[in-house]
Design a protein around this ligand. Sequence first.
Ligand code: A2P
Length: 282
Amino acid sequence: MRTLQETFTLANGVKMPRLGLGTWQIPDGDTIYETVKSAIDAGYRHIDTAHAYANENGVGRAVRDSGIPRGEIFVTSKCPAELKSYDLALTSFDATMSALGLEQLDLYLIHAPWPWAEMGTDYSVANREVWRALETIYASGRARAIGVSNFNIADLNNILEHCTVRPMVNQIRYFIGDIQDELAAFCKAQGVQVEGYSPLATGAILENAILLEIAAGHGKSVAQICIRYVFQKGIVPLPKSTNPKRLAENAAIDFELTHDEMTRLDELHDIATHLEGPRRAT
Ligand code: A2P
């Protein structure tokens, strides 16, 4: 599948595959191991995890056992949102690397600008400290790129105005009906690549009548329309599935949504029926 071979080049020259596997809520042990293994067998070369997902162990084991040269798989992890100091971030990075069993990470992100239990609270001073830790990690060569997640424009400006190394990525929630285009445009203008998590709205938009109609017109599934939409926006979709058939389906998006279809999809709002997980950052 062509899509799985395409890459974006981050601001520091590192290449990131344009589509990745999300692993939020996939349990450690056999489930994550088999999922990552199936994804790699299907051609995925980009795996997104986080310390908070508690599955880094299985992700690392599957990557190491895959037989694919380490340099050909892009692995991301994240510093827990609750850890808001320089020292805690450095210690957590060590824990991530030993759980993964890898020498080097491709991308390390600050998971959120605030602890999840305090969403919206101003942690700007502490975030600058955590960012300084990520700069130290980057300088050591143990992470090839660094960035943030769930940061809004103000959160990003706080880092951009004080950093030595600029964030290369912002990973945000992004799906049809709940897009964050002002933030995405700001990131683009700043040279920050956007990744989109929950491109299927964790499954909550798959029955939408308009999406079903567009999918039928292309002979594709609604999931494929959702992922293609994010991809065509220039954002890296990180769909998640534990099912090998769906893993392959989610990467088979070598088709084009028309300009009119993209506009129609842009205009949909709040179509998620039973959304789980955190609300968006802005
Ligand atoms: P499963 O793991 O059983 O495939 P998101 O990527 O937005 O977080 O959505 C993930 C959810 O969507 C999971 O519940 C996953 O279930 C489901 N899912 C993933 N791919 C597909 C697909 N191609 N068709 C239907 N549901 C899917």
